[in-house]
Design a protein around this ligand. Structure first.
Ligand SMILES: [Zn+2]
Length: 471
């Protein structure tokens, strides 16, 4: 289960966009150097031919992407969104937050930004988080590495590439993504008001305090915003629940929402007690009149989460839930254990729960859950960039422990196209290497391995989220 192939993948080999195959997935260009068995080549070719269903992205629309200062520093410091992946490692390596803020400000001189970044980049460049941007630099922009002598040229190429059409080419041609499921975060993206761009469907959040429709953890202002949005008065819990019904009706009517998403594990423990209605009503009345502490509001949030989960089942919308390692510094990992959700899995058998990121590092707990509950699914999105070898090890184990229809594998989980591309290259490599080993050991036949690749990279997601109508 060790993973030498993946590390060969990141050896500094020079390729450029002009040499890329421009078809589904990656291909010869990404095959690690050195002899590879014929079996691997056959399986890798099959894996590369699969058009991906990307179950988790934060990609901004092209309109917004063209307006952002997405230069090289943006890549390295926050390639997956606000204070996330690579910068998690940079801060973990000791980067002062002041340096992080300085680097993120595009008005500062690039030389000084690089000077502050370089010591920490040299410490974090070997983590799996860093590999998608290293691959993207090499393959998309033709710059063999990110270091003192290459960063200026790479930065120039990243900025120059921000032109209409590039985003689509990288995501849909180079990465071979047929359809991506967008989890909108961070910025107001007004281009989405009329619906998502081609090749994109969406999930809806009801519990994010930075977005609209914050039904689960609202303050008074959120409730006022909900009232204005749905043209109603909200004075009682019944009023709020009636608006939640309207919100569900609206996302069903819009047609392009294929599920829901909850990332509450960033804000609080994901155990949601079954709060009696009377108690929820009492807290709701107080929320309308005064600011409340998180602790005071929690039973109400629990109550509302149950309301959302019940309606998700009624409307056949799978609920994606973040579990495991939160991105960014200083989080409480014990808030994010998948076993905390057991009461929801049990109480709402009609609701399909999709448990994200393999619950890393709680993979063992998640195995028992997905194996036991017909309504709970496993999504390995992001695992390849937590650790390529952990992702491979657990793909091996999950193919042995779980019905294969319960596994979806790839989500780029990124705000900019090059990061999702680099992630897709790693994901395809992991799937190909794992399945090759499964065939070599006699566990699967070659034909079965090809079927598994197609299921976990595409067909399972199509079925789970009812995506046929978008393809
Ligand atoms: Zn995400």
């Amino acid at each position: 289960m060790n993973n030498p192939g993946i590390f060969l993948l990141i050896a500094p080999v020079f390729f450029c966009l002009a040499l890329s195959p421009g078809r589904s997935g990656a291909s010869e260009a990404f095959t690690p150097p050195g002899p590879r068995p014929d079996l691997y080549r056959k399986i890798k070719a099959s894996v590369d031919s699969v058009r991906l269903i990307d179950t988790h992205e934060h990609q901004v629309t092209e309109d917004l992407w063209l307006k952002q200062d997405m230069d090289l520093f943006y890549w390295i410091v926050q390639p997956w969104g606000f204070t996330q992946n690579t910068d998690s490692d940079l801060l973990s390596a000791g980067m002062p937050e002041g340096d992080w803020t300085f680097i993120m400000d595009s008005k500062n001189a690039p030389e000084e930004r690089w000077a502050r970044l370089a010591p920490y980049w040299s410490a974090t460049r070997y983590t799996s988080y860093a590999q998608p941007v290293r691959i993207a630099a090499r393959v998309i922009h033709g710059v063999p590495d990110i270091n003192d002598s290459t960063w200026r040229e790479l930065n120039r190429r990243v900025i120059d590439s921000r032109k209409p059409g590039f985003r689509r080419k990288v995501l849909h041609e180079m990465a071979g993504i047929d359809l991506l499921i967008l989890d909108k975060i961070v910025w107001v993206d007004s281009s989405l008001a009329a619906g998502p761009p081609p090749g994109t469907v969406m999930v809806k959040r009801f519990d994010d305090f930075t977005l609209e429709d914050n039904f689960v953890q609202p303050g008074r202002e959120d409730i006022q915003a909900i009232a204005a949005r749905y043209g109603v008065r909200i004075e009682t819990l019944d009023d709020l629940l009636a608006s939640l019904d309207k919100a569900f009706e609206e996302i069903v009517r819009r047609g392009y929402y294929v599920g829901l998403k909850s990332a509450l594990a960033y804000d609080r423990i994901i155990r949601f007690e079954d709060t009696p209605r009377q108690k929820a009503e009492k807290i709701f009345a107080e929320i309308l009149t005064r600011p409340m502490t998180r602790e005071e509001r929690r039973p109400f949030e629990d109550f509302m989460m149950h309301q959302v989960v019940r309606r998700a089942g009624k409307h056949h919308l799978p609920l994606q839930i973040h579990t495991g390692c939160q991105l960014g510094p200083g989080n409480d990992i014990t808030n994010a254990r998948p076993t905390l959700l057991l009461n929801l899995f049990q109480k709402y058998p009609q609701t399909r729960f999709v448990i994200f990121h393999g619950s890393f590092p709680y993979m063992g707990e998640l195995t028992a859950i997905v194996k036991n509950y017909p309504n709970v699914y496993l999504d390995m999105c992001l695992m390849p960039v937590f650790s390529v070898s952990v992702a491979k090890e657990w793909l091996h184990k999950w193919l042995e422990t779980l019905p294969v229809n319960k596994i979806t594998f790839f989500g780029g989980d990124c705000l900019f196209p090059e990061g999702a591309y680099g992630h897709s290259v790693i994901a395809r490599q992991i799937v190909a290497e794992t399945l090759t080993e499964k065939v070599e050991s006699g566990y699967l036949s070659l034909e079965e391995a090809r079927q598994v690749a197609r299921l976990i990279l595409r067909d399972n997601a199509i079925k789970l989220y009812s995506l046929e109508r978008f393809l």
